[in-house]
Design a protein around this ligand. Structure first.
Ligand SMILES: Cc1ncc(COP(=O)(O)O)c(C=O)c1O
Length: 368
């Protein structure tokens, strides 16, 4: 199989899986996919060495990967990943949302983690190749189901030493995902992390790398212990400026109509949903601001009514209303109501993703 996507020159071999899920089992999985539990029949794999560059690109049977105990990633976490979705439209076609943005972000993550860059066109070709082979795994469009796609790259060299690996593996796997909110969109509660930060200036906060998520787990645990769904991090220097949730960016809607999101400080992930919302709001003629937002502005704004809605955004949940902000000794919040701006932004995005609204931005990329 040659890559048929855009300008990629990556030569992709195809060896069909000997074992494939049968129709009855796939129907069962599609009826109740959950998230990240079931994986398609195939996976994409490519290798990199300084001598050969990217080579041995292949779509092959989904299977465990044998690893030497001294494989570098297991020790020094030289690893990056991406998260995106394939959507089936009403006419049966399959599309991804701004895949070149995921590819560009993976290049930026690779630079920060001293990993080799995978050209954006090869990234898109790899995702397309896997989705095309496992197309029947993309759920029907009803109910906001999708195929979650996880490209990732890691130091696969067998070597116990702290230096960039000289053998790197890039893979793509995919997993059917149900609607994030099985019982409809409802507001989440957020725990303010005061003891832990996620990223420092000059650190890896803007890269999508496993270490950032590992460091967020104890704070997420604290959130759960305090009855909250998600955790929000503040900046590591002043412990004052709102950064982002463990896996989502934040937006604040003000009573004067302005919509504010924390600026890209180098310590937060540049979410593709976040940047798409900026463009959508501009198109609607809404006033959008990227600036610093302090946790006091959040607390006082919600309490006084100056902030009328808070929502989080990311590929998994698209747009999630935030009901409550809780910290040690207090909370503010609007409870169970999803605000009108949050609803409208969410609807506008999912309608484009599922092909129910015209894609005036040219964001959708047809795969099948
Ligand atoms: C830490 C973090 N922030 C923000 C986001 C949202 O990014 P995106 O909209 O590209 O999914 C994610 C999700 O990938 C994330 O993990």
């Amino acid at each position: 199989m040659d890559s048929a996507s855009g300008d990629s020159s990556l030569k992709i071999e195809f060896s069909p899986a000997a074992r494939r899920v049968d129709g009855a089992r796939l129907a069962e999985i599609h009826a109740n996919p959950g998230f990240g539990l079931h994986f398609t029949d195939h996976m994409f794999v490519a290798e990199w060495t300084p001598e050969k560059g990217w080579h041995e690109a292949r779509v092959t049977e989904y299977a465990p990967i044998p690893m030497d105990p001294a494989t570098a990633v297991l020790h020094y976490a030289q690893e990056i990943f991406e998260g995106m979705k394939a959507y089936r439209h009403g006419d049966g076609s399959v599309w991804t949302f701004r895949p070149e943005e995921n590819g560009a972000r993976m290049v930026r993550s690779a630079r920060r983690l001293a990993l080799p860059e995978l050209p954006v066109e090869d990234f898109v070709a790899s995702v397309d190749a896997l989705i095309r082979v496992d197309e029947h795994w993309v759920p029907e469009s009803a109910g906001e189901k999708s195929l979650y796609v996880r490209p990732f790259m890691f130091a696969s060299e067998k070597f116990l030493g702290v230096r960039p690996a000289r053998h790197v593996t890039y893979m793509v796997i995919a997993s059917p995902a149900g609607a994030y909110f099985a019982k409809g969109v409802h507001p989440v509660s957020i725990w303010l992390s005061e003891d832990y930060t996620r990223a420092g200036v000059g650190g890896m906060g803007a890269a999508k790398t496993g270490g950032n998520y590992a460091s967020s787990l104890v704070a997420q645990q604290e959130a759960t212990e305090n009855g909250c769904d998600q955790v929000v991090f503040l900046d590591a220097v002043e412990r004052r400026w709102v950064e982002e949730l463990g896996g989502m960016n934040l937006y604040f809607v003000h009573d004067d109509g302005s919509i504010v999101t924390p600026e890209l400080s180098g310590t937060i992930l540049e979410g593709i949903t976040r940047s798409s919302i900026i463009e959508l709001c501009r198109q609607q003629g809404w006033k959008i601001e990227e600036r610093k937002v302090s946790v006091d502005e959040w607390r006082e704004g919600v309490a006084s009514g100056r902030i009328t809605e808070v929502f989080a955004c990311g590929t998994a949940a698209v747009v999630t209303p935030v009901g409550t902000l809780k910290w040690r000794g207090g909370e503010v919040g609007s409870g169970e109501v999803t605000g009108p701006v949050t609803k409208q932004v969410r609807q506008a995005l999912v309608d484009i993703q599922y092909g129910r609204a015209e894609d005036t931005f040219g964001w959708m990329h047809r795969v099948v």
